[in-house]
Design a protein around this ligand. Structure first.
Ligand SMILES: Nc1nc2c(c(=O)[nH]1)N[C@H]1C(S)=C(S)[C@@H](COP(=O)(O)OP(=O)(O)OC[C@H]3O[C@@H](n4cnc5c(=O)[nH]c(N)nc54)[C@H](O)[C@@H]3O)O[C@H]1N2
Ligand SMILES: Nc1nc2c(c(=O)[nH]1)N[C@H]1C(S)=C(S)[C@@H](COP(=O)(O)OP(=O)(O)OC[C@H]3O[C@@H](n4cnc5c(=O)[nH]c(N)nc54)[C@H](O)[C@@H]3O)O[C@H]1N2
Ligand code: SF4
Ligand SMILES: [Mo]
Length: 739
């Protein structure tokens, strides 16, 4: 029995873990927190134990599946990969590159393999039909950050360890463990704020597990955040409390913001938002008067109708109270590995083309996932005829899941790279399962960009891969080279090509010192003999902000340096980064981007529209992870979780009883779910978790099927979108009646 260090890949908290393994048997005996991880300090949540169950899950696919005569059958790797390429290629040859769509799911953000080689596959496809879970998640924040700061991931992170005042809107880190805020052990960090005399204020239509830890909880009507925050900002201007602090001289659009805010006094928005005017003004003063304060918004502020406006307003509040870019406020990271770090161009990539059927804007090269079904089902030139999903389950994650399932079933070719035969992948012609997460190296390139301290931790694979089973990056690269007509080229050669390309791209705009004056060829030679994701990571680390510049900066970071520090490195608290971090065209933070100002018309319409009788919101649960951890007994056991939570007053009014069943109906569809009564919900708001509905034919999820629940995304509406194209999964108008 040996103990091996790893990083839990299951959520954004990036907890260091110790995995007890029997390497001979390839078996996992147990998982515990790594007390010597300087960031997580031994903290884990129940999901970490799920890693063992995940590794052992008999339903987790160990061999590829290929559809033969209508049925998915086990196949060898060469055959399955060949079959996938042939089927996709046939569609491309017949209908063009844009006939093949690709959807990347959430675990992509937790996997070096998919981060790097998913992009290679996308480039090989050369398709405009790109989708990901981003557009059912954080896209509004990315659009607002790109417009304000010049980069989609230039997102300010609340400095929770130093703040005196944390205002949380639409996030439940006590269940989610934090998002767009990598902060392991977040519950302790929140408790520490109040313990040191600070305040935590939670604004949420539900009195959540996080609200229970907070100094104050304020109910808000779903969708009300932008109006609430603008009204708070109006108070700040009216009372002469606006100050820019560190970013003075680095912003533009302040006068415009003053004029905008003047239109949203607390008294105008109070009734519709569900927060009285006195409370709005008090919240504003508290934020401005605190020695330091940070405003933080998450899914409740992004996956809603006014998500981009709300995301913008969150950062505006930070700017206007002098809290952007100062310790204890909202700050930017200095990540150790940052792709494209030296690119100086502004990277607002929005609306450069539009979706064929609904004319929706592209964002960061992707189209809204809510319109994928349209692009498949609507015949004509440019219709999608094939789909690759990588680490995604859009049938359960995207609004209009039933229609999407029908659309996927109608395709000429479907390939899935996934560890499960789930509600989406069961429709595929070929499923290519990557190895267990414990059999791959791990470094959180994406999540460390959003961490509350600068940190770096590399974990080599805990277990060996099964003989003959390719790594996920090898699966993706094999597909890519096959689709580029280079199927016969050795994988190692294709990988050298990928590394060469990345080196050239990273060095193109970089000052010569980051490579210690080396040419691209010399850099490539210095990265040998590493290959795969580890080589690409080493490049980013060595040319990165903390890098060793290939020896020119002794003591700097490299993958070797991280290998020598297996518990991870703490690179310190967040530091002021403005103006360096700002990449807008003129180098100034844009407080009033035209796209966002233009969207205020929708906010006005929202304010004028009466609140729906009942609005549906989502709910995350600690022992769950979107749609894919319901097949693990230790996590799913216990009382039924896919329940409709209803306030008792609403229940009385609507004729619902605890334990009875309710039919939830929207414009888009309906589900029937068991009722749970609780006054934690704001009256007029009901809540149903997502990721359930595990009764689809063909899926191989025996445990999940026994806890099937219903798919809330049959009720959420593919037509209800934010200006960014993100789905409004929260605040869906519904009617609720006994079933
Ligand atoms: N109504 C409603 N809908 C929502 C949300 C909501 O709040 N409410 N939340 C949205 C959000 S924030 C998100 S991120 C999306 C998630 O949407 P998706 O990403 O589409 O769905 P997941 O359930 O995360 O599915 C992840 C898939 O990846 C597979 N997988 C796990 N690990 C690996 C791996 O290492 N490699 C590969 N190839 N596959 C792997 C799993 O088996 C699973 O099939 O759902 C969204 N949908
Ligand atoms: N255990 C667990 N952890 C997870 C996940 C999981 O499924 N399970 N999923 C992961 C993923 S993919 C993500 S993106 C993150 C998400 O991380 P969080 O955003 O922290 O997750 P949620 O629990 O969905 O919190 C959203 C909150 O918004 C509230 N809300 C809904 N509508 C509104 C609104 O209009 N205004 C306001 N102010 N609040 C509103 C909801 O009541 C809820 O409390 O969590 C990640 N971590
Ligand atoms: S908080 Fe997230 S990263 Fe930490 S153990 Fe739980 S699931 Fe894993
Ligand atoms: Mo997400």
């Amino acid at each position: 029995m040996v103990h091996r260090l790893a990083t839990c890949p299951l959520c954004e908290a990036t907890c260091g873990i110790v995995v007890e393994v029997d390497p001979e048997a390839g078996a996992v005996r147990g998982v515990r927190g790594d007390p010597d991880d300087p960031f997580a300090r031994g903290h884990i949540c129940p999901k970490a134990h799920g890693l063992k169950a995940l590794h052992e899950d008999p339903d987790r696919l160990r061999a590829p599946l290929v559809r033969v005569g209508g049925e998915l059958r086990e196949a060898g790797w060469d055959d399955a990969l060949g079959e996938a390429i042939t089927r996709l290629d046939r569609v491309r040859k017949a209908h063009g590159n844009d006939a093949v769509a690709i959807y990347l799911g959430n675990p992509s953000a937790h996997s070096l393999d998919v981060m790097f080689y998913g992009q290679v596959l996308i480039r090989a496809l050369g398709t405009k039909q790109r989708y990901s879970a981003s557009s059912v998640d954080q896209l509004p924040k990315m659009v607002s950050a790109a417009l304000m700061f010049g980069g989609g991931l230039t997102v300010p992170v609340p400095d929770v360890d130093r703040t005196d005042h944390l205002l949380v809107l639409g996030a439940n880190p006590a269940a989610s463990n934090g998002s767009l805020m990598t902060a392991p052990g977040i519950v302790d960090r929140l408790r520490a704020i109040t313990a040191r005399g600070g305040r935590v204020v939670v604004v949420d239509p539900r009195r959540t597990e996080t609200a229970a830890l907070a100094s104050e909880h304020v109910f808000v009507r779903p969708g009300g955040d932008a109006a609430l925050l603008l009204a708070m900002i109006e108070t700040l201007f009216a009372e002469g409390r606006v100050r820019l602090g560190a970013v003075e001289g680095h912003v533009r659009g302040l006068d415009e913001v003053r004029a905008i805010a003047a239109r949203y006094p607390a008294e105008r928005v109070a009734a519709r938002v569900g927060v009285d005017a006195a409370t709005i003004r008090r919240l504003a003063r508290a934020h401005a008067d605190a020695p330091t304060a940070a405003c933080y918004g998450r899914i409740g502020t992004t996956a809603q109708e006014l998500g981009t406006l709300a995301s913008w307003a969150v950062d505006l509040l930070n700017v206007l109270t002098g809290n952007l870019d100062r310790p204890g406020g909202a700050m930017f990271t200095t990540p150790a590995a940052l792709p494209g770090r030296h690119r100086r161009r502004a990277s607002t990539r929005f609306g450069r083309f539009r979706s064929r059927v609904r004319g929706l804007p592209e964002a960061f090269g992707e189209l809204p996932a809510a319109t994928l079904a349209d692009e498949i089902l609507e015949p004509g030139d440019g219709a999608v005829r094939a789909l690759i999903t990588v680490a995604g389950n859009p049938v359960l994650s995207v609004p209009g899941g039933d229609r999407l399932a029908r659309a996927i079933a109608s395709l000429e070719a479907r390939v899935a790279v996934d560890i499960y035969r789930n509600e989406t992948t069961a429709l595929a012609d070929v499923i290519l399962p990557p190895p267990s997460a414990l059999a791959r190296g791990h470094y959180d390139v994406a999540l460390y960009q959003l961490a509350i301290r600068d940190v770096a931790r590399w974990a080599p694979p805990v277990l060996d891969r099964a003989p003959g089973a390719p790594a996920e990056w090898e699966i993706l690269l094999t597909l890519a080279k096959g689709l580029m007509g280079m199927g016969a080229a050795p994988l190692a050669m294709a990988d050298d090509f990928v590394a060469k390309e990345l080196v050239e791209r990273e060095l193109a705009d970089a000052p010569p010192e980051v490579s210690g004056g080396r040419t691209s060829a010399e850099v490539l030679a210095a990265l040998a003999p590493r290959r795969g994701p580890a080589r690409l990571l080493d490049l980013l680390l060595r040319t990165g902000a903390h890098g060793d510049h290939f020896g020119a900066r002794p003591g700097g970071l490299s993958l070797a340096a991280l290998e020598a520090a297996p518990h991870g490195l703490d690179l310190g608290p967040l530091r002021p980064r403005v103006p360096d971090v700002v990449r807008t065209a003129d180098g100034l933070i844009d407080l009033a981007p035209a796209l966002i100002v233009g969207d205020l018309a929708r906010l006005d319409a929202w304010l004028d529209r009466p609140a729906p009788d009942v609005a549906l919101i989502g709910r995350r649960q600690l022992r769950s992870n979107n749609s894919w951890m319901h097949n693990l007994v230790p996590l799913i056991k216990g009382p039924e979780r896919c329940t409709l939570r209803v306030h008792p007053d609403d229940a009385a009014r609507l004729g619902l009883v605890a334990g009875g069943r309710a039919r939830v109906t929207s414009r888009a569809g309906e589900v029937v779910a068991p009722v749970e009564l609780t006054d934690e919900l704001m009256p007029g708001v009901v809540s149903l978790p997502h990721g359930f509905g595990h009764d689809a034919p063909g899926a191989q999820l025996a445990v999940a099927r026994a806890h099937a629940g219903v798919n809330t995304n049959l009720v959420t509406d593919p037509l209800l979108l934010d200006v960014s194209g993100n789905a409004a999964l929260n605040g869906v108008p519904v009617t609720v009646a006994p079933a």
